[in-house]
Design a protein around this ligand. Sequence first.
Ligand SMILES: O=C(O)CCC(=O)C(=O)O
Ligand SMILES: [Fe+2]
Length: 183
Amino acid sequence: MIAVHSMPSAFSAGECERIIAAIAQTPTKEALLVGQRQDHNLRNAELVWIDNVDGMGWVMERLIALVRASNVEHFDFDLREFAESPQVAIYKDTDGGHFAWHSDIGDGPVARKRKLTLVLQLSKPGSYDGGDLEIMPGAQVLAASRAQGCVSIFPSFTLHHVTPVKRGTRHSMTVWAHGPAFR
Ligand SMILES: O=C(O)CCC(=O)C(=O)O
Ligand SMILES: [Fe+2]
């Protein structure tokens, strides 16, 4: 099993811009953490659930295909469903946008079934400073590619964070694949 599977150009630049434009029409919600606690020391971002955005069916189809192919090739986890809407996170320099070190496996009935995490880099890398997704599968920290349209897939138990955005705005999309507990 590899620690992080990187898929460059999983989405084209034009597709990423289309998603960002569609999201801009939709009201955002302040990011709530697993368990609905709100702690700006841990995370500061706005969220849009893409199930609430019209015309995003093709996005979900692509995400499912990417997770499926990645799981066959690299992880071989027992995945059963996508039990949560993909979410777009908007990290702004003006809000100190960031996400501290965490694992995506939570205590709730759904969050506890998360097994694979997919993150899509929606923004052009030159449009913001900071905002790096870093993943710590072991003793080393791996920086995810910042390339627009690049997808990173990793086990949801893996620690990861997003460093503070120092200039501009970073958009990312996250989706989880769920299944029975690891054994
Ligand atoms: O924005 C990112 O790159 C990561 C988001 C994340 O870790 C999450 O939604 O759990
Ligand atoms: Fe996460």
